[in-house]
Design a protein around this ligand. Structure first.
Ligand code: 5GP
Ligand code: ZN
Length: 118
């Protein structure tokens, strides 16, 4: 997807504060953090949203789930963190390349409506 910001970041064409990268995924700090730690984890392959993932992405999605906890620990989120995947316009997604938000570093409300990614 030539016009996709996250594809361009994954390709190294647009800079980001990268915290992890391998052949399948990349993680970098969100440009507008909503908490002391707020990073995004996404596949390098373009998938519009979670709703567009298919069975062929099963291993990739599993890898991302396990990486989420590993990277959260490395970012110092020993007390816990929140993961958010906004999906579609109705789900508040604004960049249509599947990504997981990992957020923490401050006490987060048990009311999930009290934290936003915007
Ligand atoms: P969404 O609303 O699609 O779930 O989340 C998109 C996220 O991408 C937002 O939290 C926004 O701050 C972040 N973002 C948008 N543009 C950039 C950018 O150029 N660099 C980085 N690192 N994050 C971005
Ligand atoms: Zn993309």
């Amino acid at each position: 997807m030539s016009d996709c910001l996250f594809c361009k970041i994954a390709a190294g064409e647009i800079p980001a504060k990268v915290i992890f990268e391998d052949e399948d995924v990349i993680a970098f700090h969100d440009i507008h953090p909503v908490a002391p730690v707020h990073f995004l984890l996404l596949p390098k392959v373009h998938i519009d949203s979670l709703a567009h993932a298919t069975a062929q992405h099963q291993a990739l999605l599993g890898k991302m789930m396990l990486l989420t906890s590993k990277l959260a620990a490395e970012q110092g989120l020993s007390d816990g963190y929140r993961t958010i995947i906004n999906t579609g316009h109705g789900g508040g997604q604004t960049f249509f390349h599947l990504h997981i938000h990992i957020i923490g570093g401050k006490p987060l409300s048990t009311n999930i409506s009290e934290i936003s990614t915007q």
